[in-house]
Ligand binder design. Structure first.
Ligand SMILES: [Zn+2]
Ligand SMILES: [Zn+2]
Length: 446
């Protein structure tokens, strides 16, 4: 008798799940043409980081029309010239958990060369005043569209979930200061603080229809560091009367290679890259100083801190070895704006959401990924020590045919940020909306 009862309740539950799946698919299918047209509109009108004026207004209007309580212009930057274009949309639906879903909205200074009918023709002035082409080369237009689709689906299925839903349009992801700007403007004090935070990002490698995931560290922290090696300039024919910063910069670049190879545990991934070196003006002239621009990547915060301390110590040591007077000591400046935390997928949250996605999308469509040392500022929403569980997943954006062709010819597919990158709209948006909706329903189900 007991067994029969259990069997019956299982049947009822799976029947309920099946009905919910059918409702979910129907709701998404119904709005897909409109979402694709919204996507093409955003794709054709990209806006640079810190300038997401029209994109944020469109998102705000869409969410408001669905009954969300919407606040615009959320975001405070240290640079007073930049406006915060963050959007926060809240829907309260009884007692229950608070879930945040984030979409980033900014485009890149890239001239689009895809040749698509809906390609961007937009040009704009960048922050340095230079005229640049602007393109959604990272697919943030897919993210905004998927957020609108998720909002529509969840608004239509309000009886299936409870709690507080917080949807945000985040500016300036590509400059990794947008998440910070929203938090600095009271995202977690003026609005409900989430129990979980979710985000998706399109993938230039994964097939459309598939979702990529991994638990734990997914993307590294990134920190920009500016180093000025100072010496004493003079005539190139009389090096003994100078303190040559070019030679010291060369020594420095080689010496800092040992930070990763000798000081860091081989089990803690880290990268130190010198991306720029500038010094001097002429063949026979020893300059006063040389400027270096570095990028530091790591997963763990203590590893990042150790690398930054080593960069400082080694610079000072080389100056001492070169006999540079103390008042010309090197300057190692860690940026306080170009810095972002690692993206860490909470293992329990990942397992829970991926389990629901497997049921809804089919286990074959969930692909486990390897972590990489690229960066994102979504991790900021988890706060220090990953206090708030976060999960970011990747949405396949390339049709199977193009992937097969690339394998056959050996010509790699255009990566994200390439002027030739283009996601295939309909299946990518459909899967993005479905996966995110399923994730939210799992966390907020009745
Ligand atoms: Zn990007
Ligand atoms: Zn991106």
């Amino acid at each position: 008798m007991k067994l029969r009862l259990v069997g019956l309740s299982c049947l009822l539950v799976s029947g309920g799940v099946w009905a919910q799946q059918a409702k979910l698919d129907a709701t998404i299918d119904q709005q897909l043409p409109s979402l694709v047209s919204i996507y093409k509109g955003i794709h054709g009108a990209p806006e640079l980081s810190h300038h997401e004026e029209k994109t944020s207004a469109l998102l705000a209007q869409e969410l408001r029309s669905l009954g969300f309580e919407v606040t615009e212009h959320v975001g405070k930057y240290p640079n007073a010239d930049w406006k915060g274009y963050g959007v926060v949309a809240v829907m309260k639906n009884g007692a229950g958990p608070t879930v945040l879903v984030r979409a980033d909205m900014d485009a890149l200074p890239v001239e689009e060369k895809t040749g698509l009918a809906y390609a961007s023709q937009v040009r704009a002035k960048d922050d340095a005043g230079q005229d640049v082409g602007v393109m959604h080369a990272c697919g943030h237009d897919i993210h905004v569209t998927a957020l609108i689709g998720t909002a529509r689906t969840l608004a239509a299925m309000k009886n299936d979930w409870h709690g507080t839903l917080v949807l945000i349009g985040q500016p300036a992801e590509e400059r990794i200061d947008g998440a910070h700007a929203m938090l600095a403007d009271g995202l977690y004090t003026r609005f409900p603080k989430p129990d979980f935070a979710l985000a998706l990002h399109d993938s230039g490698e994964l097939e459309a229809g598939k979702i990529g995931y991994l638990a734990g560290y997914m993307l590294a922290s990134a920190t920009s560091v500016d180093v000025t090696i100072r010496g004493r300039g003079g005539h190139g024919a009389y090096p003994h009367t100078t303190k040559d910063p070019i030679v010291m910069a060369a020594e420095y670049i080689l010496a800092i290679q040992t930070i990763v190879s000798r000081e860091d545990s081989p089990l803690d991934p880290a990268v130190v890259t010198v991306g720029s070196i500038h010094g001097g003006t002429k063949h026979n002239l020893i300059p006063d100083e040389v400027h270096l621009q570095l990028s530091v990547r790591a997963y763990k915060e203590e590893v990042r801190q150790r690398i930054l301390a080593s960069l400082d110590r080694i610079a000072k040591g080389i100056a001492v070895a070169g006999g540079v007077p103390e008042d010309r000591a090197p300057i190692v400046k860690v940026s306080d704006t170009e810095v972002t935390a690692a993206t860490y997928n909470d293992p329990a949250l990942t397992a829970r959401v991926v389990g629901a996605m497997k049921t809804s999308l089919g286990a074959d469509n969930l692909v486990q990924l390897e972590p990489v040392m690229g960066s994102e500022d979504f991790g900021q929403f988890g706060l220090e020590d990953h206090k708030i569980p976060t999960f970011m997943f990747r949405v396949g954006a390339i049709d199977a045919e193009r992937i097969a062709q690339s394998k056959e010819t050996g010509v790699p597919l255009p990566s994200l940020h390439s002027s030739l990158f283009w996601p295939v709209p309909e299946p990518t948006i459909r899967t993005g909306v479905k996966a995110m909706t399923v994730a939210v329903l799992e966390l907020m189900k009745k």
